[in-house]
Design a protein around this ligand. Structure first.
Ligand code: FPP
Length: 241
């Protein structure tokens, strides 16, 4: 029986976040270069986005490029940025036809202007779509995001717009780049690594974590369904009994 048949569609995670890891190792295993792994990784992005939309998962957030990834060799960084521009150009019409809204989280100012233009065009085109919000985390890290939020809140306090006593969890959430997204209910990391790598640290306080040995280019619909079935079999207590 497929894992899909075991999913209770009335209890789907409303937000799935994914750390797409293992493109480089997957490519090496095939005797290919790392960029080939990223190119194959884009196919997984398409598969998993479409599968989430079809299932009825309303939010999907993908860790596509971390703040730390700027430290990779320049040729790989350039290749990833080119791949992003190329993929957006190729896929945006199909995303729009599927009623998918494109969103980004992260430091957009740090990206090459060509990427920013393509992302903005994509976000404008799809802004009214309702079925699934696909957020790409680009030049994103949680510590960057929280630092940024603290700076903004401090500025508002300085200007007398916020009283320190008003600062609560809800207010802080409103200053994060995820302010328009619910917290993830399921976080998936591929490639066998079991760490969070500066991803959505504030937002995953009660998120179920799922780690799989599969490399990202191997992660397909069935692997997604399997993760959702495991999520649904967990007992979520949110600190209560
Ligand atoms: C991790 O594999 C993957 C990345 C750093 C980038 C993810 C990017 C894509 C899937 C393609 C571009 C994305 C979009 C949305 C068009 P790794 O390089 O860290 O692999 P390794 O750990 O095996 O070296």
């Amino acid at each position: 029986m497929s894992y899909k048949d075991q999913i209770d569609t009335s209890r789907l995670p409303q937000h799935i976040a994914i750390i797409m890891d293992g493109n480089g190792r997957w490519a090496k295993k095939q005797g290919k270069n790392r960029v080939f792994g990223h190119t194959e990784g884009v196919k997984s992005v398409r598969r998993i986005t479409e599968a989430c939309a079809k299932l009825g998962v309303p939010y999907l957030t993908l860790y596509a490029f971390s703040t730390e990834n700027w430290g990779r060799p320049p040729a790989e960084v350039t290749a990833l940025m080119e791949l992003l521009v190329h993929s957006l150009r190729k896929e945006i019409k199909s995303l729009n036809d599927q009623n998918i809204r494109l969103n980004t989280i992260g430091d957009m100012n740090a990206l090459p202007p060509k990427c920013v233009r393509e992302l903005n065009d994509g976000m404008n085109l799809t802004q009214n779509n309702q079925r699934l919000t696909l957020s790409l985390a680009l030049s994103y890290s949680s510590r960057w995001e929280i630092t940024n939020a603290v700076k903004q809140i401090a500025e508002e306090v300085k200007q007398g717009k916020i009283e320190p006593a008003q600062i609560n969890e809800q207010l802080i959430s409103g200053y994060l780049s995820t302010h328009n997204l619910p917290d993830p209910e399921l976080l998936i990391r591929t490639s066998g690594e079991q760490r969070i790598s500066n991803y959505l640290l504030w937002q995953i306080a009660y998120t179920e974590l799922y780690f799989t040995e599969k490399y990202w280019p191997e992660f397909n619909e069935e692997e997604l369904y399997r993760a959702i079935v495991e999520y649904q079999n967990r007992d979520r207590r949110f600190g209560k009994l």
